[in-house]
Design a protein around this ligand. Sequence first.
Ligand SMILES: Cc1cc2nc3c(=O)[nH]c(=O)nc-3n(C[C@H](O)[C@H](O)[C@H](O)COP(=O)(O)OP(=O)(O)OC[C@H]3O[C@@H](n4cnc5c(N)ncnc54)[C@H](O)[C@@H]3O)c2cc1C
Ligand code: FES
Length: 519
Amino acid sequence: MDIRFPRFGSLTGDRHFDVVVVGAGITGMSTALMLKRQGRSVAVVEAASVGSGETSRTTAHLTCVLDGRLSTLIKRFGKEDAARAVKAHSAAIDWIEKTVHEAAIDCRFARVPGHLFSEAGDKAGGEVIAKEADAAAKIGLAVEPCRDLRLPISVGAALRFPNQAQLHPLAYLRGLANAFLKGEGGAIYDDTRVLSVDDGEPCRVQTERGTIICSAVVLATHVPLNRIMLHAKLEPMRSYVIARTSELPDDAGLFWDTADPYHYWRTARLGDETLLLVGGRDHGVGEPQQEDNFAALEQHARERLGEAEVRYRWSGQIMEPVDGLPFIGHNAFCTRVFVATGYSGNGMTGATAAGLIMCGEIEGAKHPLAQVFSATRGTPVASVKGFVRQNALAAKNVLFDRRRMGKPENVDDLAPNDGRVVRVDGQPVAVFKKPDGRLEIVSAVCTHLGCVVNFNGTEKTWDCPCHGSRFATDGTVLHGPAVEALAPHDLDTHDKEGALVETILRAPGALMTGRPLAE
Ligand SMILES: Cc1cc2nc3c(=O)[nH]c(=O)nc-3n(C[C@H](O)[C@H](O)[C@H](O)COP(=O)(O)OP(=O)(O)OC[C@H]3O[C@@H](n4cnc5c(N)ncnc54)[C@H](O)[C@@H]3O)c2cc1C
Ligand code: FES
């Protein structure tokens, strides 16, 4: 099994293709392969490298049992549409299985059962299980009650969903990329950030290295690049995973509990050992954390399964749609620009379903699922709470948090590898102390819509709580919707500012390069 990706080379100059797919994660590579099989010439344009986004951080449970809860989906969308949504994810697993066989992709694809369980003594969890069993029956989804899981946890109630699946996400992605590049008509440009997309006939995709003219564009960037329409309906979350040694078999199954926020479990063969992946501790992007989330996950697993060695830890970003279903199809106010986002924790199947839907739409065919997942649909009344919460948070950040920063002299006690937002001339500035004690200083104003970023101590990044943009400590964009870096901050322009200038100048080797914040 090979999970390494070669570099494909960046775009040089202007080009013409039938379709441009922006982003080379599971959404981009699946859609690109489907389009090429339809006879289209396709360019995949990737800001970093293939598989460098959230697809490299997934735990790759392939399931049609959606995170949004079946009973909730029925309440929001009705029985028929909830059933359609579930079937789309089942069909996605089938497509992945077929593609793995056809393209001989060595990615450890295996059909395994999925399990929703409540822990012993959790009465509320037991009620959730009963509701979900009822909801599954209503939409005709196969499910059976069970008591004994192959995961040795003390269970109150549990449901087994047969015929779900698992795979190694990067090995699968590599297989998709190889299949896509076979023969003529497909190109991957990595290290090429798309800066803007103009809808029209033709469309124009403006990158930092040239322009591509095409007849349709697919935004497969995890979060769309457009300024606001969809972002108001998405909640960006961080999720954490540990991988610990395990005696369980490779095909023990998929497991997720009824806790809120929930935990998810599966085994995976990595190298010559089987590891148990344990995920959870989800929280909003940019929310300051009081606790070490990895330590908390480790404790959660240890209390239930005993001691084991933790081999890996990582975190990643999940886009929660406020109403529980992803947004797929025509981008707002566009005729030839398509978008797929908001998969929640079902992005592997959601992305595959998105590819199948968008390929049909690009050819002008009305896909039977287009309406259910429409990217321009309204928010059902039952999910208005999430919509209001997310947008109130963004408004509060722009209107109030920008004015309420820590005092300038606060940076004095900053520990190495830590960051803090302070105020200079009334403007929020993000200060990071490098391990060698030098400071990296950039504007703390997110280049998407102007919220103030917060320091993420786990990843050592600046994260925007409003729509989930993330930046490296030098300001480079790591995750959209922002496409521009945080502006470098030149303290020389604030000589008259007093305290902060003095404080920062006292720090050894402060980095003071770049243009002033005001530009
Ligand atoms: C911890 C964790 C666990 C998860 N577990 C599961 C699971 O068990 N099952 C499941 O189904 N899903 C799971 N998910 C969700 C799933 O991994 C994601 O939804 C999915 O990988 C998203 O794929 P994508 O292709 O849309 O985005 P990405 O993989 O993020 O790809 C987007 C690409 O677009 C590129 N890009 C961004 N902006 C630009 C630009 N301006 N120009 C050019 N390129 C750009 C990025 O560099 C990136 O490579 C999990 C996610 C996380 C974080
Ligand atoms: S303001 Fe939208 S991501 Fe920061």
